[in-house]
Design a protein around this ligand. Structure first.
Ligand code: G6P
Length: 608
């Protein structure tokens, strides 16, 4: 959600700012802007509505060789996407870029009569507030920023520069990530490490409540209450190949096709097919602690929530005496839910920055419950605040719709469930089939993707003009249906909903008509025949069914069928979800829409 970059050094700042913003564009892309300062302190502010290419066109007319600057790509919260609302915002001699939301901006604005507001944003209020303490350079910029932030309620990651000192950038964070890249005679900033890749490998992750003054060869970090902080320099793990499209037309397709490799990374060193066991180091729970677990709360938003639902269905199949509750973070944070003794919470987030998920983590921790992160982004806020965790290690996921992270989140949570079951003494003969299927998943994923890609593309083209879709499944295929319908609506804008097959006759069956098509997930297993009867009910009402099944003898007279040839039984729904991912992708391409940056959405939602 929004991206920040900044540069101070000896090179051309515009070049880094634009290339960094392009890397962050997936986080927000309705407007963008940069400001650079000459050695004398003259500011050049360029902003444009729309994506970074619009900004680039304007910059081509305004080439500068300035050595310091800050930039921003925006996902609108306050004020429509427009040039005037785009960051950086100016007040007096200072310029500010901001991620997050200033909740008390209306009250603060009333006190800032001297500033003539041009935009509708909360960010301009913060700029004016900082300027009111800076008084055109009568006080050091860092002090002005600190005084202003002490009055602010809300979340922020900010960067500020002043025309009066073109050698320094002041940054601060509370609830919105900011990373300082440490270079040779240059200091860089970014809200996401991917913007720094190729420039430096050394980074400092600011913590909430910290403010830093940066020059090209110094970094001074303090808390808001002026305590000095000794910075921990960490290594950035991402590499250039991981943040490029690698020959695919879109990041989404690359990330779907990446899954054999990304899941292999998730499993590395953790799954031991030879003896049918799992070893996870990260959660940091002793055997005794694992044995005691009676209740699992799984928290996430969007795709991460669906991953939690699916993992929950699996874990309760093999773990005795355990209850599992998978919850939507934005709801759970305000519930008065009772958490029973011996509970553990799994906090699931690809970005590790989702505001609602982070708020839940903090609430749950207050109650003394152990928290385990299922996170992808290394060093992210959630990863740092949980008691223990299992990184999914899928590498950067750039496309807004989450694909490879989902698959690995499900498997990582199932592995955590297996770890509990092992500690509780569940017989190896019960757990072994799960372990051996997990070990085979990467190669089965590769097979399913390769052998069905063309077929799915052809089927998708038949449904591109439909307005409504219904996804249906039961048991583990139900969360699979939910995730499939989310993928479709996110990127193709087709109104898609998921229902448990058994719920059809309690309402949704009334919908079936010519404007709808239905995707039915039919994995082999105990409930297959029941699901087939449900499909018959839909067919009898003129439904247009696309069946996804691993039952070879499937012979219902449906419009289309994708038969998945796999030796896997337990995890067939994970393979079926790949078909949903490809289906959503190809329908969106057929409709000519922006696959990687769907309208109104952002990759990492750092505001409530
Ligand atoms: C956004 C993204 C979704 C994602 C959700 C949770 O809404 O568009 O794809 O599933 O956030 O993100 P997280 O980073 O916490 O997994």
């Amino acid at each position: 959600m929004c991206g920040i970059v900044g540069y101070v050094g000896n090179k051309n700042a515009q070049d880094f700012l634009v290339s960094g913003l392009k890397r962050l564009e997936y986080r927000g892309y309705d407007s963008a802007g940069i400001v650079t300062l000459s050695d004398e302190g003259t500011a050049t502010l360029i902003r444009a509505k729309g994506n970074i290419s619009n900004l680039e066109e304007k910059l081509a007319q305004n080439k500068r060789n300035d050595k310091i600057g800050i930039g921003h790509t925006r996902w609108a919260t306050h004020g429509e996407p427009s040039e005037i609302n785009a960051h950086p915002h100016q007040a007096g001699k200072i310029f500010l870029v901001h991620n997050g939301i200033i909740e008390n901006y209306k009250e603060l604005k009333k006190t800032l009569n001297e500033h003539e507001f041009k935009s509708e944003t909360d960010t301009e209020v913060l700029a004016a507030l900082i300027n009111s303490f800076y008084k055109d350079g009568q006080h050091p910029l860092t002090n002005a920023v600190v005084q202003a932030l002490k009055l602010v309620k809300g979340t922020y990651g900010i960067a500020v520069v002043s025309e009066l000192d073109p050698t320094e950038i002041v940054v601060a964070r509370s609830g919105s990530p900011l990373i300082v890249g440490v270079g040779h005679d240059e200091t860089l900033i970014a809200s996401d490490a991917s913007a720094l890749v190729g420039h430096t490998k050394q980074a400092i992750y600011l913590n909430d409540g910290e403010v830093a003054r940066l020059t090209k060869n110094s970094i001074e970090i303090k808390t808001l209450s002026a305590e000095p902080v000794s910075a921990k320099v960490e290594e950035i793990e991402t590499n250039l190949a991981a943040i490029q499209k690698g020959g695919y037309d879109h990041f989404l397709l690359k990330e779907i096709m990446d899954q054999p490799e990304s899941l292999t990374e998730t499993l590395r060193g953790r799954i031991h097919a030879e003896d049918g066991t799992v070893r996870l180091g990260g959660p940091g729970l002793s055997e005794t602690e694992l044995r005691k677990i009676k209740h699992l709360i799984i928290v996430g938003c969007g795709t991460a929530y669906h991953a939690g639902l699916l993992a929950g269905y699996y874990i309760e199949k093999f773990t005795p005496e355990i209850t599992i509750e998978t919850v939507i973070a934005s709801e759970y944070r305000y519930r008065q839910a009772y958490i029973p003794e011996n509970s553990v919470a799994l906090i699931v987030s690809q970005s590790g920055e989702t505001a609602d998920t982070l708020a839940c983590l903090r609430e749950i921790k207050k109650q003394g419950v152990k928290t385990i992160g299922i996170v992808n982004a290394i060093g992210s806020t959630i990863a740092r605040e949980v008691d223990g965790g299992t990184y999914v290690h899928v590498g950067p996921e750039i496309s807004v719709a989450s694909t490879k992270a989902f698959t690995s989140q499900v498997v990582a949570m199932v592995m955590f469930g297996l770890t509990i079951a092992q500690a509780k003494g569940v017989r190896n003969s019960i757990l072994r089939p799960y372990v051996s299927e997990i070990a085979k998943l990467p190669s089965e994923i590769a097979k399913v993707l390769e052998s069905n890609r063309d077929l799915v593309q052809e089927i998708a083209s038949q449904y591109k003009d439909f307005e409504h879709a219904i996804y249906l499944g039961r048991d583990t295929a139900y969360p699979t249906a939910m995730e499939g319908s989310l993928k479709l609506k996110e990127i193709s804008y087709i109104d898609a909903n998921a229902y448990a097959f058994g719920e059809l006759k309690h309402g949704p069956l009334a919908l079936i008509d010519d404007r709808f098509f239905e995707i039915a997930f039919l994995p082999d297993g105990e409930l297959y025949e029941k699901a087939v009867s449900n499909v018959q009910e839909v067919l009898a009402r003129g439904g247009k069914i696309v069946a996804i099944t691993n039952v070879d003898k499937f012979d219902l007279d449906v419009e289309n069928v994708v038969k998945i040839a796999t030796e896997l039984k337990i995890f067939a729904p994970i393979l079926m979800n790949l078909i949903s991912q490809l289906f959503a992708y190809y329908i969106t391409v057929a409709k000519g829409l922006n696959v990687d940056q769907p309208r109104n959405l952002a990759k990492s939602v750092t505001v409530e």
